[in-house]
Ligand binder design. Structure first.
Ligand code: AVJ
Ligand code: FE
Length: 436
């Protein structure tokens, strides 16, 4: 790598950190202080916790691990360690007040930028290709998505606005696409800022299967509801059935029936459920039950990634469905440019070589797979990012939502959550095995 490559990385790290901080600032200044310290849902931290945690992780990994600096405020580390205190307890901790949290995060950032200006990108595995800076930008963006979820759960008037996506022509292509069988390369060993669970690249043999061209829409999901889907035990796994009965679930989170129509609450406004938009705020059990009702199933994680990255013309796996170029607005609905998914069939320039659309952006997509390490996985730089979550408790989500920033989004990126979770921006698409 040349000097110029190094400068390009430095600029990219600076731009990624700056973009993340602008978003954090928006999400923590669009409401008054009482809304920052309140707990809007037991599932979420107070917004002011996320803010100081963002600063604290940056201090730990950039100032201390990369820079070798002393702790600025060692007494607060425990408060912002996600493993010491579950989210529900965080409001009762002696957290930094909003003004202090802002000042702390800003002080850390100032010092981190000084470090970045002089950083050696070949010094260690942590700094190789600017990894630690990219990791911290991704971490902040992940918490920005978490804070956006908190805003969605918050009662009260609208605090955030964004233009709607361009109206799309009604999608007229085929409902499903055949993905040929055979091996493809899953994961990555070359993407410089890929996180530990995306590594290493390895071959996976996938049998031929069909996958939905677009995510499942609100209209299609409503047909499942109207057909008595939530009252029909045979569509559900035993755990899923027990869960929806116990919690009396009858529709996606934030939906409400009003006479003849479905309404939903979205960032402080109530509106009719838009039929063409990908369904959102469903848990894994709901996605799985819908798929069974439709005579289909959820794709496995390997199937999803093959549909997204495999190019039959070259035999290679691309970085993104549209190729190797970094995401641009014409490819995908990312980065909170809009406060909702775009209609199914949008972003023709983002389609995969096989013609699958909206794999990246819009809604996270539940897959059939448990969150497990790839063969050859090595925890890096800390085992609490991925390793402690591996196992059958968590299901993998792929692709990223409208609330994911491009820096935290790749064809290889893996997210995970409990199968009951639906406050996240989660949807799905379905698949079926090729009848041989
Ligand atoms: C990858 C989204 C599951 O938010 O729990 C943030 C990301 N890890 N801080 C989460 C994360 C540590 C993580 N997810
Ligand atoms: Fe975190």
């Amino acid at each position: 790598p040349t000097e110029a490559d190094g400068e390009g990385l430095r600029e990219r790290a600076l731009a990624s950190l700056t973009t993340a901080r602008a978003r954090t600032t928006l999400l923590t200044s669009c409401v008054e202080d009482p809304d920052l310290t309140a707990q809007h849902s037991p599932l979420m931290s107070p917004l002011v916790w996320d803010l100081a945690h963002i600063g604290n992780q940056e201090e730990l990994w950039l100032l201390r691990a990369v820079g070798g600096r002393e702790a600025m405020r060692p007494e607060i580390d425990g408060l912002y360690d996600a493993f010491e205190h579950p989210r529900s307890e965080r409001p009762s901790l002696p957290l930094l007040a909003p003004a202090e949290a802002r000042a702390y995060a800003a002080e850390v950032r100032g010092r981190a930028l000084d470090l970045l200006a002089a950083a050696d990108f070949h010094g260690s595995r942590l700094t190789e290709a600017g990894f630690a800076f990219g990791m911290i930008a991704q971490h902040e963006q992940q918490h920005d998505e978490t804070m956006l979820i908190t805003h969605q759960l918050r009662k009260g008037p609208q605090a955030l606005t964004a233009p709607d996506p361009e109206p799309a022509e009604l999608f007229a292509g085929p409902a499903e696409v055949l993905v040929p069988g055979g091996p493809f390369t899953m994961g990555t060993s070359t993407e410089p800022w890929a996180l530990d669970n995306e590594r290493p690249a390895h071959p996976v043999d996938v049998a031929p299967f069909w996958i939905d061209t677009t995510p499942v829409t609100n209209a299609a999901y409503t047909a499942f509801i109207e057909d008595g889907g939530y009252d029909t035990e045979r569509w559900w796994t035993p755990e899923g059935w027990a869960h929806i009965r116990q919690h009396s679930l009858t529709a996606p989170l934030f939906w409400r029936r009003d006479g003849g129509q479905w309404l939903r609450r979205r960032f402080g406004i109530t509106e009719a459920v838009p039929p063409d938009e990908p369904v959102m705020h469903v848990c894994w059990y709901e996605a799985d039950a819908y798929a069974r009702w439709a005579g289909r199933r959820l794709p496995t994680e390997a199937e999803w990634e093959k549909a997204a990255r495999h190019d039959p013309a070259t035999g290679r796996s691309n970085r993104y469905p549209w190729g190797d170029a970094d995401p641009a607005p014409e490819h995908a609905n990312l980065g909170q440019r809009h406060l909702r998914p775009a209609p199914a069939g949008s972003y023709p320039k983002g389609e995969s070589p096989l013609g699958v659309r909206q794999l990246i952006g819009d809604v996270w997509e539940w897959t059939a797979s448990d969150f497990l390490p790839y063969p050859g996985f090595r925890a890096f730089p800390y085992k609490e990012y991925s390793q402690v979550f591996f196992g059958s408790e968590h299901k993998v989500l792929r692709g990223g939502s409208f609330a994911v920033d491009p820096v935290a989004c790749r064809g290889t990126f893996r997210n995970w959550d409990y199968p009951i979770r639906r406050q996240i921006f989660s949807g799905f698409r379905t698949a079926r095995s090729e009848a041989l």
